[in-house]
Design a binder for this molecule. Sequence first.
Ligand code: WQD
Length: 338
Amino acid sequence: MKILVTGGLGFIGSHTVVELQNSGYEVVIIDNCSNSSENVLDGIAAITGRRPVFEKIDLREKEKVQDFFKRHSDVQGTIHFAASKAVGESVEKPLLYYENNLSTLIYILQELTAKKAQSFIFSSSCTVYGQASKMPITEDAPVQKAESPYGNTKQIGEEIIIDTCKVNQELQAISLRYFNPMGAHPSSEIGELPIGVPQNLVPFITQTGVGLRDQLSVFGGDYPTPDGTCIRDYIHVVDLAKAHVVALERLLEGKNTENYEVYNVGTGEGSSVLEVISSFERVSGLKLNYSIVDRRAGDIISAFADTKKANKILGWEAKSSLDQAMKSAWDWEQKIRN
Ligand code: WQD
């Protein structure tokens, strides 16, 4: 069965392609390589022994999207990762984010709704909850006003899918709301490749560990949390990738009860920034050089998932501990720096 993975050369996309191939699916990747490299195909092939079909297409070009679906009329499932995802950049360049993240979604959905029985997985984010009032966060927590255009594109994206599913019973869709992905494939053949200075915590930690960065700045030590630093739900990217295969199969096998469903994908555990640093120090045996500085604008205090719905209904749960995820991130960092 042929599955389209947009953004399949990216961090989460590439790990999901590996898991799809491991489950016997034929994968076609679309990526415009704006935030990824074709070399990732070698990493995927090194792990699975199969090089996925890759087409370099910018999904903002509607005719190219239409042409792709004409040539690949046997696609039965689509996992849509392709999007811009840097929160800070989205504040500076809102129109780039609204155009890239929403027009591409619309063009894909226009093709899928013109066909029969299509399964669609949308890459959403816990960002849609903003600062939820209750921890852990369930899927019923209210979607709150987005703190950034990036977060807003995820909220609007979900609404576009909801409205489309309402009038297209042939379209079966699931939104997966990720918490904080981290780590790399245990083979160290693929992993996170942030371009420039990493915005996210874990790649900044591992780059500090290998000496690429002098010191980690901990953004705020005076939050109302046990150790004063923000709490997040850090999930191993391979666990997250596996959740996509399970969600897709739920749709392909017609097990979904609604033609639009939403699932939180996290570990259910909250970890503070200082606890993540301690995890790095345990797995690396190094002392991390860091200093506590002012808070970062837009950061929420705490977010970790209630995973009961995904555990019970999807039959999926995260297997890796924070240390196991951190070890995979550290192994990967050391490999790409040697
Ligand atoms: C985590 C914690 C920072 C860097 C974002 C997106 C979210 C998702 C994951 C896409 C925070 C602290 C960070 C640093 C630090 N992305 N930190 N020093 O902001 O929770 O979530 O990435 O889907 O949508 O919003 O992740 O890794 O940036 O920050 O102290 O150099 O680490 O303040 O508390 P975040 P993050």
